[in-house]
Design a protein around this ligand. Sequence first.
Ligand code: IPE
Ligand code: IPE
Ligand code: MG
Length: 242
Amino acid sequence: MKEKIIFDNLPRHIAIIMDGNGRWAEKRNLDRIEGHIKGIDSLRNILKSSLEFRIKYLTVFAFSSENWQRPKKEVDSLMHLLEQYISTELPMLIKNKINFNIIGNIEKIPYSAKKNILDAIDKTSGYSDIFLALALSYGAREEIINSAAKLALDFKKGKLKNLDSINDDIFSSYLYTKNIPDPDLLIRTGGEERISNFLLFQIAYTELYFTKTMWPDFGRKNLISALKNYEKRVRRFGKIKV
Ligand code: IPE
Ligand code: IPE
Ligand code: MG
């Protein structure tokens, strides 16, 4: 029986850079893909815990725009795992009324995986209890550049009257994350203390939490530690504490 945990102050939106799968596997003399397979179990567990703690938005970095440069064998295996993951999880997403979406350049995803993704997006689009966004073929610079280009096009078409009226909200509405509030907490597993081109615009005032735990080892207890750490943070947003 799991003990009930009380939090004073929970993040509404958690973003996670799920890093360390490859090193987890290499340390055990396993193929890197074994780490990715274990990583999927961690994602399942963390999603379950997020439901338990009623986290409304979860955005997880699964594959970056730069990860295409990895060996073909690893990329192909990851795309295959993704395809399987979505079809296996769909009943769970529906059961828990989870709105599933992806952020990133979906055009680059192979058709067999894309088909499952679009099907899951379609079947869960009516839900608004919990929002799960998978960042796939995602790069923040690409997202920002594309948004600026789309905005310029709308201006040219006369949809935006006045360049001076462009503000955070208007610009945000061009990002992949247009319907999601900015993350309150960003967790990166795997020991690296960098952002690796994730959500650069959206994390302006996000609390950052780095842990050495590799993603395949990250579970409910680790999430609780991150949430307990977040609880103590004082967010000022440039103002002074009142
Ligand atoms: C994160 O784990 C998952 C992806 C980037 C697809 P890595 O594969 O980057 O694992 P490490 O960082 O090499 O250990
Ligand atoms: C970031 O991890 C991307 C994902 C976790 C999906 P990387 O392993 O690609 O990042 P770097 O190369 O260490 O910066
Ligand atoms: Mg990595």
